[in-house]
Ligand binder design. Structure first.
Ligand SMILES: [Zn+2]
Length: 278
């Protein structure tokens, strides 16, 4: 049996699979900020799903930067208590470190979409997640780049002298304009409740800048939008976004689409990563 965990800033999902393609069952629990509690929650869920069966491998997606060489959680802004811990410190002996894989959550979600979701017919996939924060990854040939240390498109700067964004200390980051937290700060309403087309038009202008930079750096065949805000894509910001992009003359604009696997992109990505490294 294989276990894929998506440890999100708000919710944690733990899924089981036997063939690394299909999910047998998913446990959804609230993410605990206290490391000892979160560890217990994850291990309890794994125990329930495995029911004593041998676990061949476990993959965990983390909302922040992980250092795979040192096997440490480098910086996890949404679960700060994890920052600085090693994989082994989180799970001690309960999960054999030899069968534990850890990856950035957006990287896993992008891999899931590239192989099993909206990107399955494309070679080079740019995945952007528009949620509490903004993350993303470039997937080429259905694989993560094993030599890339991190991928943080949310921290690209789209406006010189722009807002100070406290979590990262930079001014004018994409995330400080288009994340869910930024949306609430700037417009005073949650993106899930916003029906004001003027706000969505402005949102689309900022997102378009981010996407043009993504095209410049990553040269994708498709851009996939995930995260909770992507649920508003078709109704509210697809048209103004594509209109803005259509006036861009340098790059060929690829299709921009919503994720196909939704909240489960990350746990599918974990299955894909485990299947690629058997
Ligand atoms: Zn930033």
């Amino acid at each position: 049996m294989y276990i894929s965990v998506d440890l999100g800033g708000t919710n944690t999902r733990v899924a089981s699979s036997k063939d690394l393609k299909n999910i047998i069952s998913v446990e959804r629990v609230h993410t605990e900020q206290n490391v000892a509690l979160e560890k217990k929650v994850i291990l309890d869920a794994i125990g329930k799903l495995s029911a004593g069966e041998k676990i061949e491998r476990t993959c965990i997606g983390i909302p922040g930067m992980v250092n795979k060489k040192n096997r440490k959680f480098n910086k996890i802004p949404n679960v700060p208590s994890l920052t600085g811990l090693s994989y082994e410190e989180l799970f001690n002996s309960q999960i054999d470190p030899g069968v534990l894989m850890v990856e950035n959550d957006a990287a896993l979600a992008g891999l899931g979409e590239a192989v099993l979701g909206a990107g399955k017919n494309y070679d080079v996939v740019a995945y952007l997640t528009l949620g509490t924060g903004v993350g993303g990854v470039r997937i080429s040939g259905k694989m993560l780049d094993a030599h890339q240390n991190y991928s943080e498109p949310g921290h690209m700067i789209i406006q010189a002298e722009g807002h100070l964004f406290k979590p990262c200390g930079q001014h004018g980051c994409l995330e400080s304009y288009i994340s869910g937290s930024a949306f609430r700060q700037i417009y005073g309403i949650s993106p899930s409740e916003c029906v004001d087309q003027n706000i969505w038009d402005e949102y689309a202008q900022k997102l378009a800048l981010g996407i043009i930079n993504v095209l410049a750096m990553w040269g994708p065949d498709v851009v996939i939008l995930g995260g909770s805000i992507s649920n508003k894509f078709e109704e509210y910001f697809k048209d103004p976004l594509m209109d803005k992009l259509s006036h861009h003359e340098l790059f060929t604009i690829p299709p921009v689409v919503k994720s196909a696997l939704g909240d489960d992109s990350g746990i599918y990505g974990g299955l894909v990563l485990m299947s690629q490294t058997l």
